[in-house]
Design a protein around this ligand. Structure first.
Ligand SMILES: Cc1ncc(C[n+]2csc(CCOP(=O)(O)OP(=O)(O)O)c2C)c(N)n1
Ligand SMILES: [Mg+2]
Length: 340
């Protein structure tokens, strides 16, 4: 394998000239995701939450950078690691917590749990616990947009394990042949469960294989929100203009283990130096430093943002705890049942 491509510290150049207000909103969204995940991790530790939670800490710039390039009417599909995508697309924090606590007020009515978030109001049409589960499904709305001459696009987020599934090739090929308005976003965090990328592929070449299917392809520093947002904005524009599917690979890292609240260091699944290397590339802290350096925010304002967000998250969590579980007699509601 060629050396794994790892970014230097995030460059964080606001190349698209986003206003201070937009940049602060993007930071706030990343802080919301981080804070939500920290509270979910704690609830798992305290055995308040039983749905398996695959936490997104470290990858926040991907969801926020991409979704900031979308309209409300665009669609998003997600994976088992879905909380960040839900919040980045505009999902309500109360709806997320209620779902994770399996309450009837959750976005999926308390039936999905962490891995099966669905909220058509915000364009999140599904997330799946099946690796590559949303690849084929995500092509549906894109095909509809194409057939009906609509100008909305679909984003299909997926992990670096997905290109090892056959449906990845089928989906990319079908989208390319039909010129569908879809943006595939591969969040390459270098691991699939505990298997490292270098042990699973002969080369660090996901984006190159995607290009071989005929898709314009870009690899970006996934911890640099400006780089992710620029790549997404350009890809969305091309897809909306009828130029067909696009592929973005982001290079990032998850701070916690595959599932749950632990970092898997003492189990020997990852190396502490590797984790610390990526923590230095924290997408949130580096953006905050940049905004402080350039006079857009003060240190006190960033602290106040974290404090405000903590209250919002704790309020959503308290509401979830107090909400009812789905009534047993509604068990079969929303379940497809064939009469025989
Ligand atoms: C079809 C299928 N095979 C295997 C699994 C078990 N599994 C769950 S998540 C996962 C790894 C996913 O890795 P990646 O796509 O890189 O996403 P990440 O967890 O890193 O976000 C595997 C193998 C599954 N859920 N579905
Ligand atoms: Mg991965």
């Amino acid at each position: 394998m060629r050396q794994i491509h790892v970014p230097t510290l995030p460059v964080l150049e606001n190349v698209l000239g986003l206003s201070d207000e937009i940049v602060k909103n993007m930071l706030a969204r990343m802080v919301l995701i981080r804070t939500a995940e920290e509270h979910i991790a704690q609830s798992v530790l305290e055995k308040q939450v039983f749905t398996p939670c695959h936490l997104y800490i470290g990858q926040e710039a991907d969801a926020v950078g991409v979704c900031q390039a979308l309209r409300d009417t665009d669609y998003v599909f997600s994976t088992h690691r879905s909380h960040g995508h839900f919040l980045a697309k505009g999902g309500k924090i109360e709806d997320l917590f209620a779902e994770i606590y399996c309450r009837e007020t959750g976005c999926s009515g308390g039936r999905g749990g962490s891995m099966h978030l669905c909220d058509p109001k915000i364009g999140l049409l599904g997330s799946s616990s099946i690796v590559a589960g949303c690849l084929g499904i995500g092509l549906g709305p894109a095909f509809k947009s194409k057939l009906m001459g609509l100008d909305n696009v679909s984003v299909i987020f997926h992990g670096d394990c997905v290109p090892e599934e056959g449906v990845w090739h089928e989906a990319l090929n079908f989208a390319a042949v039909k010129k569908l308005p879809v943006i595939f976003v591969c969040e390459n965090n270098l691991y699939a469960a505990s298997a490292a990328l270098a042990d699973r592929r002969v080369d660090d070449n996901i984006f190159e294989v995607a290009a071989a299917h005929g898709l314009p392809t870009e690899i970006v520093d996934g911890n640099d929100i400006f780089a992710v947002h620029k790549a997404a904005t350009e890809a969305v524009q091309r897809a909306r203009n009828g130029e067909g599917p696009q592929y973005i690979e982001t290079r990032t890292y998850r701070w916690l283990g595959h599932v749950g609240p632990f970092d898997n260091i003492k189990e020997g699944l990852r190396d502490i130096n590797e984790l610390n290397f990526w923590k230095e590339r924290c997408p949130i802290r580096n953006l905050e430093r940049k905004l402080i350096e350039t006079g857009v925010m003060t240190e006190q304002e960033t602290e106040a943002l974290h404090e405000r967000t903590r209250k919002i998250v704790e309020d959503a969590q308290a509401k979830a705890v107090a909400a009812s579980k789905p009534a047993p007699e509604t068990l079969l509601h929303n379940v497809y049942r064939r009469e025989v």
